[in-house]
Design a binder for this molecule. Structure first.
Ligand SMILES: Nc1ncnc2c1ncn2[C@@H]1O[C@H](COP(=O)(O)OP(=O)(O)OP(=O)(O)O)[C@@H](O)[C@H]1O
Ligand SMILES: [Zn+2]
Length: 856
């Protein structure tokens, strides 16, 4: 097995050799009854899937895609049946499956094929994929933590006395323990139930909404709930409400609440209890009377949860002739080609084309998957989609809690949801009948999963997933396509359609370069806001327009340096310099998050003379606020928006023009549609152009073009000012001309000359160990093994650019694999062999290897 980054992997492959228990089940073999075996995927990083036996009494119900309860090395897991067969394994006697957890499959055969592909292509295991795909509530294991659920109003769940009889003794016992303890480890559940029938009991309680399985710590978040007020169904009809209000005899404050609610519901849809009471200047008691009278109803739900809408299709717009032409072309191409690329300049209305295509698929009764980078999944696009398709639309992203995940999983499985808008993980939902996958902003590198395995690319996985359905074309969309996709389009492998003007022929923003080297003579560095940019901001604000200032570094200043000896404070655990955060008055490691007090004395020479270098968003915010004391200034970056709700909330504030100047990192550029932005400032273009990565030209172009694309979307009066020293950099000329093909021509030549993607396939192997020498040596041994395949080009091993993270040393190598069939799997074979050798050697047994295919 290749990757080894799951801590459950420290094992030898001994399950297959374990002696089977002698039980009655096995004695039945002598009687000649049929036997049934199952290949089962368990959510662990195992070298392969193992086999269990289905006991006789479960044979009739066993089916592919069902969950089962199995034991592996003394622990219990939920697995998924991948394959059933009758021939007994020859070299070992399998253990029995304890129980089946479902009566109908929760995973489709199509998904199982997808998992196999993903595990193979991304050098992961099917268990890794299962772990990523299946909601945690579906995956009980010995490591699970079971937590008491909350009621609608945020109170702990309790069992009503009159329901007691519905519960089995064991269920009741466990529910009671949960009410006292709030959360239980699986081992504790085992003790409470004395080790019997654990899964089915826990599952029953989950089904009843009493408890849920805690997500792994990393994903844990506190769900935000709020109470929403609406009219009782009896009064949702306007006529009935009218009669009620006209004949009102109750207290006037109650009437006020009702009138306000009617008004607010028109504008906003769902009304928050807090907002309603505040506006009505009424008390909770008054509201309660109305609830008791069953005129109003209160519902507590997660604030991310969508309101229940009826499904409808409402296409209340017409395409411009350019859009219509593009749509016709697209439809034609999509008939011939599995993948098509739509390149439309910013604000050309690509989204409207997607809507038209979605409409057609919906009418044909099939499902649609609409993918976006996680951070671009804002209420803006959700609203746009719901406006056209109402309750047909479901949204799937990492903010979902375990219950919501299961709920959506089941709805998709039952084909009750027609359109899913989601981030890459939505690909892992059990679609029945997909008829279209849209990958919007397809160039975005956040489509790539970084950690843990499987490190899949959402776009590329979508392309494969689409082939598993009958007639499911994949549409990639972007103003600035990835070089890989554009290359495939040029080569005729993908369909290709262009939309080269903005909707309503609105002009593209004018892009001007602001040569900083001309002004540094008068103003000392660093220059945050040049006089020219300051002037433009003044003009924009005077005209009641909005401004976006883009800087791709967060914090106050990215590092400080000793003026005497050049020493730079670094993180103790990671080989990175510390960023100064003024609001916290601390130094922060951006890799592991460790905070340090300010350092005022140089560790190397004892000097107190430090200089802060470069600038981040925090410092810009400070400078802008000082320059424009009357403007409403906000900053949007990882630090300022706590959680992802904050991000969305800030976008809404900006959208409703409650913010004049928005300063942000690349968070602000993802496909957002603001009408009133007239000025975009790119503060440090040099910083974008000076990376040592073969994709730097492409990336810098995409970022600048995308952020520029937020300007002048409605009236064409947008202006972009780029602050830069190196004004002759070719990428800047391409951005100025909005000339994607020229950028492509230049970059693709480099890629060809140096044999980078799309001309080769890249694989990055990273070896981690707390001792740098061990990590390096393991990498060297791997590199030697890879010499068996002379067609591979192995770069390295070398210390990773950041050679130490969280106390582990990182050594990596980059392998260029020719794009021939079978090369990747041949390479994988060698990696697996070498890894097996390494792991059987005591010195290297703890080396962790992670593999990243097509790294971005
Ligand atoms: N046919 C149309 N009818 C009405 N409004 C339209 C039409 N086409 C585009 N628009 C409006 O123009 C604006 C820009 O369109 P949209 O957001 O779809 O552009 P885009 O191509 O997706 O841009 P970007 O790549 O920058 O995200 C939106 O506000 C959209 O509602
Ligand atoms: Zn660190």
């Amino acid at each position: 097995m290749v990757t080894q980054d799951n801590k459950n992997t420290q094992h030898t492959d001994n399950q297959q050799n374990m002696p089977a228990q002698t039980s009655n089940l096995f004695e039945s073999a002598q009687t000649g009854k049929p036997r049934l075996y199952a290949e089962i995927i368990v959510p662990l990083h195992l070298p392969k899937n193992y086999t269990w036996e289905i006991p006789e009494e479960l044979i009739a119900e066993a089916a592919i895609g069902l969950r089962v309860e199995v034991a592996l090395r003394g622990k219990k897991y939920t697995g998924i049946i991948k394959r059933l067969f009758n021939k007994a394994p020859e070299s070992f006697t399998p253990l029995p499956v304890y129980s089946l957890l479902d009566s109908t499959p929760i995973v489709t055969p199509t998904q199982l094929k997808f998992w196999t592909w993903m595990a193979n292509y991304y050098l992961a295991s099917e268990g890794d994929v299962m772990q990523a795909a299946v909601p945690s509530n579906f995956k009980l294991s010995s490591e699970s933590i079971i937590r008491l659920a909350e009621d609608m109003d945020g109170q702990d769940r309790t069992i009503e006395l009159d329901q007691e009889n519905d519960y089995s003794d064991e269920e009741y016992l466990l529910a009671e323990a949960l009410q006292i303890r709030k959360e239980l480890r699986f081992t504790e559940v085992q003790q409470i139930l004395e080790g019997r029938r654990i899964y089915s009991v826990v599952k029953k309680l989950i089904d009843r909404g009493i408890c849920y399985i805690e997500e792994s710590l990393k994903e844990k978040y506190k769900e935000k709930k709020a109470i929403f007020i609406s009219f009782h169904p009896d009064y949702q009809k306007e006529e009935n409400l009218e009669i009620l209000l006209n004949n009102w005899k109750g207290a006037p404050t109650q009437l006020k609440i009702l009138m306000l609610l009617r008004h607010m519901a028109l504008g906003e849809g769902d009304v928050l209890q807090t907002a309603l009471l505040k506006k009505a200047e009424a008390s909770a008691t008054t509201l309660k009377t109305l609830l008791d009278k069953q005129i109003l109803v209160a519902e507590s739900r997660s604030i991310t949860r969508l309101p229940e809408l009826t499904p409808f299709i409402e296409m209340d717009f017409t395409l411009s002739s350019a859009q219509q032409h593009a749509l016709n072309q697209l439809q034609q191409q999509m008939q011939d080609k599995h993948v098509s690329l739509l390149q439309g300049v910013t604000a050309s209305g690509k989204t409207q084309l997607y809507f038209k295509l979605i409409e057609q698929v919906l009418r044909s009764g099939k499902q649609v998957l609409y993918l976006l980078p996680e951070i671009a999944l804002t209420s803006q696009i959700i609203r746009r989609l719901q406006h056209h398709f109402g309750g047909h639309v479901a949204v799937y992203h990492s903010r979902f809690n375990p219950n919501e995940r299961v709920e959506l999983w089941e709805k998709v499985l039952r084909n009750e949801v027609q359109v899913v808008l989601g981030a890459r993980s939505a690909l892992l939902l059990p679609f029945k009948d997909l008829g279209l996958i849209v990958v919007d902003e397809e160039h975005d590198s956040s489509y790539k999963q970084q950690d843990p395995a499987p490190r899949y690319h959402g776009r590329d996985a979508a392309i494969y997933y689409g082939t598993l359905f009958e007639n499911c074309p994949v549409l990639l969309g972007s103003a600035t396509p990835s070089l890989e996709s554009y290359y495939n389009a040029q080569a005729g492998k993908y369909g290709f359609v262009e939309l080269s003007q903005r909707y309503e022929n609105v002009a593209m923003p004018a892009i001007e370069l602001d040569n900083l080297s001309l002004i540094t003579r008068e103003i000392p560095r660093p220059i945050l806001i040049s006089p020219r940019l300051e002037e433009e901001i003044h003009l924009a604000i005077k005209a009641h327009k909005q401004v976006i200032l883009f800087q791709n570094r967060r914090g106050y200043s990215p590092y400080q340096i000793c003026n005497n000896c050049g020493w730079i404070p670094q993180c103790k655990h990671c080989a990175v310099s510390l960023t100064y955060h003024k609001s916290k008055n601390k130094l922060l490691c951006h890799y592991c998050g460790t905070e340090y007090p300010l350092i005022t004395t140089c560790v190397a020479c004892g000097s107190h003379d430090f200089q802060r270098k470069k600038f981040g968003t925090e410092q810009i915010e400070e400078a802008v606020a000082a320059l424009f004391p009357k403007a409403r200034v906000a900053r949007m970056d990882y630090d300022s928006v706590k959680g992802k709700y904050g991000h969305d909330a800030m976008i809404q504030l900006f959208e409703s023009q409650k913010i004049d100047i928005l300063i942000g990192t690349q968070m602000v550029v993802k496909g957002l549609d603001f009408e009133q932005v007239s000025l975009v400032g790119i503060l440090d273009a040099d910083g974008l152009l000076n990376f040592t990565d073969f994709r730097v030209g492409e990336r810098a172009f995409q970022l600048m073009e995308q952020v520029s694309g937020r300007a002048g979307r409605k009236d064409g009066l947008g202006k972009v000012l780029i602050q830069v020293f190196n004004i002759h950099h070719p990428v800047l000329q391409f951005v100025q001309q909005h000339d994607y093909p020229a950028m492509y021509a230049q970059e693709i030549t480099h890629r060809k000359d140096f044999n980078y993607p799309p001309f080769t396939r890249l694989l990055r192997l990273t070896f981690k160990h707390k001792d740098t020498h061990t990590a390096r040596q393991a990498a060297v041994i791997m590199a030697q093994g890879l010499q068996q395949l002379p067609a591979l080009v192995v770069l390295g091993p070398a210390a990773a650019p950041i050679e130490r993270i969280r106390g582990q040393y990182y050594w990596e190598m980059l392998i260029k694999i020719p794009k021939q069939n079978g090369m990747l799997s041949a390479c994988r074979k060698i990696i697996d062999q070498q890894m097996a050798i390494l792991q059987s050697t005591k010195q290297y047994a703890r080396v962790i290897l992670s593999a990243d295919v097509d790294p971005v």
